[in-house]
Design a protein around this ligand. Structure first.
Ligand code: HXC
Length: 510
């Protein structure tokens, strides 16, 4: 019996060593943790239950039969984050560069299917060289199965991808179909084809960092939802993110203790809006004052900064905040902002997370760059996403809500449940100057008349009361009461049920 147990221990120790000391040292020298070290930080202490420790590849080409390492380049299993179940697959770069073989793919698929059956998130950590080159089509088939399971899980369980090294070729499409992608600065990069292929095909000379580093994907391509300075910070932030999410679409978001009284007024909000309507102010201040303990997990912080998206809590329960940011491009809606917010709204709707929307938007961004870039369809994505969302929706207009953007930003007409406005709100087809120049074109050369007309327009339209008279707003509220009003509103909407007309699925303007 002792012999049998020793054999198990010997095999387990061999598996845990992955590609061996030398490759582990090389991993550390690059500033990266190993797969197992990453698991230790991500999960509650001692909670990891490993599956398929002894799985090996079955390839016999190119001498691979003599080169087998138990685990085959990916550590899989389940564990808990603050006591809540998650499934994981963590690529081990020290074993065949984390590349994907048929057996490696089977391990991932097993985890995906268990997570789907049991209603728990899947977290994938990527640090790999793509398809196992020696396996040919078997590796491609393996990828295909992972992709198919990503699609089946989409909208049922949260799927999160963390990129902590190379992620190229076949490895990029699985993250692309998950809900969120996070990267580590300087050590991770993602691209379909690497710098060498780019050079051969297009003659372009570009480094891996310039082609697909964290900076590019968080600021330019918007492929990644956030980036962190090192493995440890990234993994700790993922624990924080998981705390906001329900384990599946059958569950409500988790509820955590909240220590900030919602009934306490915040008088500083009464002076948040500057007296000059063209002066910006920081919308994040409002979010931080409305969210419990000012705790806010921002999604896509560095992309399309004219709109803010992210998770916070009110009375301990998760809400998704969407807010125009007057500090950037005056909070205008453009293609990037519309796409960013639409995707976030759809995530929240999939996972029963109520939406709180703050509006200060001067309209859609004019110009050929926007129109040629498909602003009509991108803007429609946000309109579509807000309208189809059946989760509780509370909107508060703080200042401008002009034109089509008024409709889009979770207005009453887009089936929002509760629509508030601050007394500083201005709801109109457009700003006073543009409006007067169009409807009083004949007076354009008479500054006194134009000034008079502008004053008239401002008095008539640039306030919340016309919309309130028509019931498009449910109430005009004092800024200091915003957190209380939203918290009470969310309580009242807890049992909201909406029937949608039967359909196979919708056809959002992609
Ligand atoms: C098998 C691989 C591998 C791969 C790396 N290795 N990639 N083994 N298949 N795809 C092995 C190396 O042989 C090496 O083994 C170890 O992993 C570490 O690799 P290095 O090259 O020494 O490391 P580094 O210099 O850091 O470079 C990392 C890398 C590079 C940039 C990822 O290895 C690389 O370019 N790999 C190939 C990437 C690629 O072209 N993959 C196929 C993509 S096509 P030893 O034994 O020396 O430690 C694809 C199509 C799928 O994925 C499409 C599905 C839709």
């Amino acid at each position: 019996m002792h012999e049998i147990i020793r054999e198990l221990e010997r095999r387990r120790a061999a598996a845990q060593l992955g590609g061996g000391e030398k490759r582990i040292d090389a991993q550390h020298a690059r500033g990266k943790l190993t797969a197992r070290e990453r698991l230790e930080i991500l999960l509650d202490e001692g909670s990891f239950e490993e599956f398929d420790t002894f799985v090996e590849h079955r390839s016999t080409d190119f001498g691979m039969e003599a080169n087998r390492i138990p685990g085959d380049g990916v550590v899989t299993g389940w564990g808990t984050i603050n006591g809540r179940l998650v499934y994981l697959f963590v690529k081990d770069f020290t074993v065949f560069g984390g590349s994907l073989s048929a057996a490696h793919a089977q391990k991932i698929v097993k985890i995906q299917q268990m997570a789907l059956r049991n209603g728990a998130p899947v977290i994938g950590v990527f640090d790999a060289g793509g398809a196992r080159i020696q396996e040919g089509v078997d590796a491609l088939a393996g990828y295909g199965e992972v992709f198919a399971n990503n699609v089946l899980s989409s909208g049922v369980i949260p799927q999160i991808s963390i990129i902590m090294g190379p992620c190229a070729g076949g490895d990029v499409y699985s993250p692309a179909m998950t809900d969120f992608i996070f990267m580590v600065r300087d050590t991770s990069y993602m691209f379909v084809t690497g710098p060498d292929v780019v050079k051969t095909v297009t003659n372009e000379v570009v480094s891996a960092e310039e082609l697909g580093g964290a900076k590019i994907h968080t600021t330019k391509s918007s492929i990644a939802d956030g980036a962190y300075d090192n493995d440890i910070e990234c993994l700790l932030q993922m624990r924080r993110l998981i705390d906001y999410l329900p384990t599946s679409n059958r569950e409500q978001p988790p509820s955590w203790p909240s220590f900030q009284d919602v009934d306490k007024d915040d008088v500083s909000l009464d002076t948040l809006i500057p007296s000059n309507p063209n002066k910006p102010y920081d919308m994040k201040e409002l979010i931080l004052k409305v969210a419990d303990e000012g705790d806010f997990f921002e999604i896509q912080e560095s992309f399309a900064k004219n709109i803010i998206t992210g998770f916070g809590r009110i009375e301990g329960s998760t809400v998704g905040f969407v807010a125009n940011q007057p500090m950037v491009l005056a909070g205008v809606l453009d293609s990037d902002a519309s796409r960013k917010a639409a995707r976030f709204v759809r995530f929240c709707d999939c996972f029963n997370i109520p939406l709180v929307t703050f509006v200060d938007v001067p309209g859609f961004l004019p110009g050929t760059a926007q129109e040629y870039g498909g602003l009509i369809k991108h803007g429609a994505k946000l309109l579509f996403a807000f309208t189809e969302a059946t989760v509780p929706k509370i909107t508060c207009i703080t200042r401008k809500a002009f034109g089509g953007a008024y409709d889009v930003m979770a207005s009453k007409h887009m089936r929002a449940d509760i629509n508030y406005a601050w007394p500083t709100a201005q709801i109109a087809v457009m700003g006073a100057k543009g409006a007067v120049e169009i409807i009083f074109r004949a007076d354009i050369n008479d500054p006194a008349k134009i000034a008079e007309r502008t004053r008239e327009y401002e008095e008539r339209f640039l306030n919340p009361f016309v919309a309130a008279q028509r019931g498009y707003l449910d109430e005009v509220i004092m800024p200091h009461s915003t957190r209380r009003r939203i918290a009470r509103g969310l309580r009242s909407l807890r049992n909201k049920r909406v029937e949608m007309p039967w359909k196979k699925h919708d056809n959002i303007p992609l």
